[in-house]
Design a protein around this ligand. Structure first.
Ligand code: SAM
Length: 473
């Protein structure tokens, strides 16, 4: 028997199969225990989070009234911690060369039909210009794992190129990185290159399932993959983003695993994950998502998001264009704080007139432009934010978390969101979006309590109208 130990650095001890099974049994036994459910909801209201066991009981709860309380609380916690701000980003696919055999991903090495493509630095520049012209300031770079075609030097060169492109008023101010698990030394190099968050999805926390889904290649090694965030933190990266590819294995198992991973990072490094992503498996080149047998309903998917929100209130939550506008709308309300918009999931996709499908990693379900997504968010009462200030001011890792926990972060985030939105409206928005946006900014300024802050924000917004860029607190 392997003993559960959140402080251990061994994958099978901090993501412990026996502990997950005991958690699921406990959740099943108590899913109608209204007294316990009430106690857990009361604890969640303290906004200090829940353990994986407590959150699993809420996820299993079948009582409609209690479930509604869970949704209401998730919404409230989201408002308290994130206001109505939604941070915007786009993925940038650098290369689909890959030596792994992941059964759910069309980039797997056995796929001989998909064209293989790797961007040259000139092509990276062209993609970045196209992304800047849409209004993006924050990217997540994506690449398959291939030590020959995509070595760390290639990734570092691309990061350098991305940060160096200054086209019109455009700039990419934060590059997050989603590449395969690597060594401490390579994580250190990524940190030195100035990355924002290092993102790595666990895909599944279920070891046996993981090994079946990754039959060949370096990604087959469950422990190496699961322990990647500890190596990233050892390499100096303090903002890490975790996630599960929902649909591969049983969602309740994955949910408990995700929270145990967060607890482990907090226990060992004193800081939990910066973000949690909740992707679901999608159709792609030679991938049929129904082959995985563990798909979950939209309702359960949204409940997972609500339970994550109240279990880890300080952790941002990300939803991509894998989801439809309808699901995105519902899940944003329940706790998501970052979304992608105008995304293309093919290598070199942003410079093409029409959305190319040949090298796509998965089918996109929200095909709207960034301008349309921004307008949609604002019409629904949200403030789309292109802010990257925290990371640039060194507010990362535990410094970010302590500002979050004290509530002080709001003083920076709200004005910064308004100023970066203003930049977007002036430089990139359609007339219609600009109208909606300017009205929203005016309303939001009036909602600022302190007159002195109101004045400062008005002055800075005026400077943006007059051509100044990149103002932040
Ligand atoms: N190759 C890197 C790795 O090994 O972690 C990460 C980059 S990959 C481009 C980003 C993520 O896309 C994967 O971690 C996986 O969760 C997700 N993904 C792969 N195939 C998918 C599919 N068919 N539908 C939805 N998401 C998928």
């Amino acid at each position: 028997m392997i003993k559960y130990d959140p402080k251990s650095l061994k994958a099978e001890e901090f993501i412990n199969d026996e502990e997950i099974r005991a958690t699921l049994a406990y959740a099943d036994e108590n899913k109608n225990n209204l007294e316990l459910i009430d106690q857990i909801i009361e604890k969640a209201k303290l906004r200090k989070g829940l353990s994986h066991r407590e959150a699993s009981v809420l996820l299993a709860c079948e009582n409609e009234e209690k479930n509604n309380e869970i949704y209401d609380l998730a919404e409230q916690i989201k408002k308290d911690f994130y206001g109505t701000r939604i941070v915007m980003f786009a993925p940038l696919y650098l290369s689909n060369y890959c030596v792994n055999g992941c059964l759910y991903c069309p980039y797997h090495a056995v796929n001989k039909t998909i064209p293989r493509k790797k961007l040259t630095q000139e092509e990276v520049r062209a993609e970045v210009i196209a992304l800047q012209d849409m209004g993006h300031k924050r990217l997540a770079i994506e690449a398959g794992e291939d030590p020959v075609n995509n070595p760390i030097e290639y990734i570092l060169e691309c990061i350098n190129t991305i940060y160096s492109v200054k086209h019109k008023n455009g700039a990419i101010r934060r590059v997050n990185v989603n590449i395969a698990a690597t060594t401490v030394e390579n994580y250190r190099k990524l940190k030195e290159a100035g990355i924002g968050t290092y993102i790595l999805f666990q895909e599944t926390y279920h070891k046996e399932g993981y090994e079946t889904l990754h039959p060949t290649g370096p990604k087959h090694n469950y422990a190496y993959h699961t322990e990647a965030m500890d190596r990233a933190m050892e390499g100096g990266i303090d903002d890490v983003g975790i996630g599960v590819l929902f649909g591969l294995d049983k969602y309740r198992y994955e949910f408990a695993g995700l929270l145990m991973h967060a607890e482990h990072l907090e226990a060992v490094h004193g800081v939990g994950p910066h973000t949690i992503s909740v992707p679901r498996v999608k159709k792609a080149d030679d991938i049929d998502p129904t082959a995985f047998d563990n798909s979950l309903s939209d309702d359960m998917f949204c409940k997972i998001a609500a339970c994550i929100r109240i279990a880890v209130p300080y952790t941002g939550m990300i939803i991509s264009t894998r989801e439809t506008p309808e699901v995105r709308e519902k899940i944003i309300r329940l706790g998501v704080s970052q979304i992608s918009g105008g995304s293309r999931t093919s290598v070199g996709g942003y410079t093409e007139e029409e959305r190319p499908h040949d090298t796509e990693q998965f089918d996109v379900s929200d095909n709207r432009t960034l301008d349309e997504v921004v307008r949609w968010l604002m019409t629904a009462g949200y403030i789309p934010s292109f802010c990257t200030a925290c990371y640039r001011e060194g507010r990362t890792g535990d410094r970010f978390m302590s500002l979050c926990k004290s509530g002080q972060i709001q003083n920076c985030c709200h004005p910064n969101a308004l100023m970066t939105l203003k930049e977007f409206l002036v430089d990139y928005a359609s007339e219609e979006t600009k109208k909606v946006g300017d009205a929203l900014i005016e309303k939001e300024i009036n909602n600022i309590g302190k007159d002195s802050i109101k004045e400062v924000v008005r002055t800075e917004l005026k400077k943006i109208e007059n051509g100044k860029r990149d103002i932040y607190f």
